[in-house]
Write a protein that binds this ligand. Structure first.
Ligand code: CP
Ligand code: NVA
Length: 312
């Protein structure tokens, strides 16, 4: 099967569905789209196609990067939120999904449970693209890998250290690391763990490839010699125990002192939105090691690749 046929018309719900060479292919296409934009080459590969965008949680980057990518590709997007749709009055997802499928060439969906994304996918022939669920953030995962390639020249052999909520972003990084031969250390206070299903997938895949996925409450162990330090909020969208989390996670802040555990050429990454004074300091995000705005930009290039490969 050609690479194009592997993606065409499929859903993009989690990185767990893809092989390392397929992920690498999406990244190569993303890098090509970035070059095309830099060279001001038109790339309206999908002129006339339409995408529905249904977002049940707040978004700045994902919403605007998809809308920009969709416009550059010559497509149109229709953005809505469930509170203004008949979903809010009890219309089932299975009816909503089949109707959107008749109008549009795919759906970009931000929601809570992974099962909700899977339900849309079950009722749509056209691709459903996961724009963040509680469990995974596979579009962020692609932009993160692209940024590491740009800044570190490779993925294989990198040590990635993560501090923050062990949710969607962390879990997509764990999957990426285990498939792309990186070591990943997750620094967490005792009592918090990533989802069991992701732990199992990532540790098994890492073991097969001779790499490691380590969860530790020792930030020095996690950050020591790391090539990439990745911070994320301590309180993801949907959590209610915000104050408790701020207290329990406080010792895991990325600041000048903890950043110094890493390799001196390490980069700092963050999916954003970031909270200065909580998971990181202003000095780190604004400092010379910060790659966060390249990372944010790469959301758009990687999403273009997903649209170009998955939409029929
Ligand atoms: N990183 C990310 O997904 O940002 P938004 O929540 O602003 O879309
Ligand atoms: N973990 C964060 C990521 C936001 C992009 C959240 O779910 O709120």
């Amino acid at each position: 099967m050609s690479m194009k046929d592997r993606f065409n018309g499929k859903d993009y719900l989690t990185l767990m569905d893809w092989k390392p060479e397929e992920i690498q292919y999406i990244l190569d296409v993303s890098i090509d789209f970035k070059r095309q934009r830099l060279m001001k080459q038109p790339h309206e590969n999908l002129r006339g196609r339409t995408m529905a965008m249904v977002f049940e949680k707040a978004s700045t980057r994902t919403r605007f990067s998809f809308q920009a990518a969709i416009a550059h590709l010559g497509m149109q997007s229709f953005y809505s939120t469930p509170s203004t749709m008949q979903l809010s009055r009890g219309e089932p997802i299975k009816d909503t999904a089949r109707i959107l499928d008749r109008y549009c060439d795919g759906l970009v969906l931000r929601t809570f449970g992974q099962d909700i994304a899977e339900e849309y996918a079950a009722y749509m022939d056209s691709p459903v693209i996961n724009a963040l669920t509680d469990m995974t953030h596979p579009c962020q995962g692609l932009a993160d890998m692209m940024t590491m390639i740009e800044h570190k020249g490779k993925l294989k052999g990198l040590k990635l250290a993560y501090s923050g909520d062990p949710w969607n972003v962390c879990q997509s990084l764990m999957v990426s690391s285990s498939l792309m031969e990186m070591d990943m250390y997750v620094a967490l206070p005792k009592g918090w763990m990533p989802h069991k299903k992701i732990m199992k997938f990532a540790t098994e895949n890492a073991e097969d490839r001779g790499t490691q996925i380590v969860v530790t409450d020792d930030i020095e162990e996690a950050f020591s010699g790391a090539d990439v330090i990745y911070a994320n909020t301590f309180h993801s969208m949907g959590h209610k125990d915000i104050e408790e989390r701020k207290k329990k996670f406080a010792a895991y802040q990325v600041n000048d002192e903890t950043m110094a555990y890493a390799d001196k050429h390490a980069i700092f990454m963050h999916c954003l939105p970031g909270y200065r004074g909580e998971e990181m300091t202003d000095s780190v995000i604004e400092g010379p090691q910060s790659a966060v705005f390249d990372q944010g930009e790469n959301r758009m290039h990687t999403e273009k690749a997903v649209l170009a490969l998955f939409v029929q």
